[in-house]
Design a binder for this molecule. Structure first.
Ligand SMILES: Nc1nc2c(ncn2[C@@H]2O[C@H](COP(=O)(O)OP(=O)(O)OP(=O)(O)O)[C@@H](O)[C@H]2O)c(=O)[nH]1
Ligand SMILES: [Mg+2]
Length: 340
């Protein structure tokens, strides 16, 4: 077996750190390590935490991790920051927000910032979760700023998704604006110590009544090609219905975290009922395979097309000499000629 993976399985924090860096940067050996890791994954409970900037996600992750530690569960944390191209401000802030957890051997925290494409970030997050999963962490918390499709992609890796809302960010419910209400398994109104929290709860409840039962089915449907993903039929299987509960918290003084943990546990239990978990897992596998196929085929194809010829095709489209569809066929023809 892979030496580093062996060390990771043996409980080495250095191996966790090194493997995380390796898979995040797609360093040499990352693929082999991930292949060796894979049979040891699938045990951790992955919880995604998303919401508008400043709603208190990092503070909530900190308080949630502490609550989980009190139950003697080990916790891996990945803080994804898709907005910042640097490992700068936000992550420094996270360090402060999560400083309570420093020095606890049952906790491992890693921050990741965007490098290159957002698609790359989703991949890196998925791989990083696998590292922490194989390392034996009972729960993996993934924090990401909820700002649309890219976060939805990241969060879909999670088994349980928490969408965080806070009062006093204007009249709108931020989660609706960002299009992430649909992915919530549990809704949190954080900063409940501030005025307006009950209004936010009411607004969310009204939205849920309009849109329920939401579930991930719609997210998948938005993605087009995965419409056939095996999904329990909510019409005929009422037990597979899940209506997201709304929980009020104050992350800074840890109010409401027993209720939050209980809501999360209920969702975890719901996943274990019937075939819900298996169906969702199948969906995740399918989504990942499509993503990877798309990436692999594209890079393989582009590697077979000389850059000057590709540039020429692009110029012809720009000059309206060639329409985009025929341009694609032209590129495919060039690639197959190069290969033969
Ligand atoms: N009053 C109050 N303030 C809170 C609460 N939770 C977080 N905050 C404060 O809100 C600010 C933002 O908190 P963060 O935890 O960094 O929020 P975040 O959602 O992780 O922020 P980004 O990662 O930058 O999107 C900080 O100043 C926190 O101290 C809360 O429950 N009540
Ligand atoms: Mg944060």
């Amino acid at each position: 077996m892979n030496v580093l993976v062996e060390k990771l399985r043996g409980g080495s924090r250095r191996a966790v750190a090194r493997l995380l860096t390796m898979v995040e940067n797609e360093r040499e050996g990352a693929d082999e390590a991930l292949a060796a890791l894979f049979p040891h994954t699938g045990r951790a409970w992955v919880i995604g935490i998303t919401g508008a900037p400043g709603t208190g996600k990092s503070s909530l992750v900190n308080a949630l991790a502490k609550a989980l530690r009190r139950q003697e569960r080990t916790v891996g944390i990945i803080a994804v920051d898709p907005t910042s191209p640097f490992t700068g401000g936000a992550i420094l802030g996270d360090r402060i927000r999560m400083r309570d957890l420093a020095g606890d051997a049952g906790v491992f925290i890693r921050s990741m910032a965007t490098r290159g494409s957002l698609g790359g970030l989703a991949r890196a997050t998925r791989d990083a979760i696998r590292v922490l999963d194989a390392a034996g962490f009972d729960v993996v918390l993934v924090e990401t700023v909820g700002a649309g499709q890219s976060e939805v992609d990241i969060v879909r890796t999670a088994q349980t998704t928490v969408v965080v809302e806070a009062p006093g960010l204007g009249d709108d419910v931020q989660a609706i604006k960002a299009g992430i209400l649909e992915i919530a398994d549990v809704l949190v109104v954080n900063k409940a110590d501030r005025p307006g929290a009950d209004n936010t709860v009411r607004a969310l409840r009204a939205m849920l009544e309009l849109g329920h039962p939401v579930s991930r089915q719609q997210v998948v449907a938005h993605h087009g090609q995965l419409m056939n993903a095996a999904e329990p039929d909510v019409q005929t299987e009422p037990e597979s219905l899940w209506v997201p509960p709304i929980v009020k918290t104050a992350a800074t003084d840890e109010t409401g975290f027993d209720e939050l943990l209980a809501a999360l546990e209920r969702h975890h239990q719901h996943l274990r009922n019937g075939d819900v978990a298996a169906a969702l897992e199948r969906q995740r596998v399918e989504i990942e395979l499509y993503d990877r196929l798309r990436q692999t085929l594209l890079s393989r194809l582009l590697a077979a097309v000389p850059p000057d010829q590709l540039a020429h095709v692009i110029e012809r489209v720009q000059a309206r000499e060639l329409d985009p569809l025929r341009a694609v066929h032209a590129i495919l023809t060039i690639a197959s000629q190069q290969e033969s």
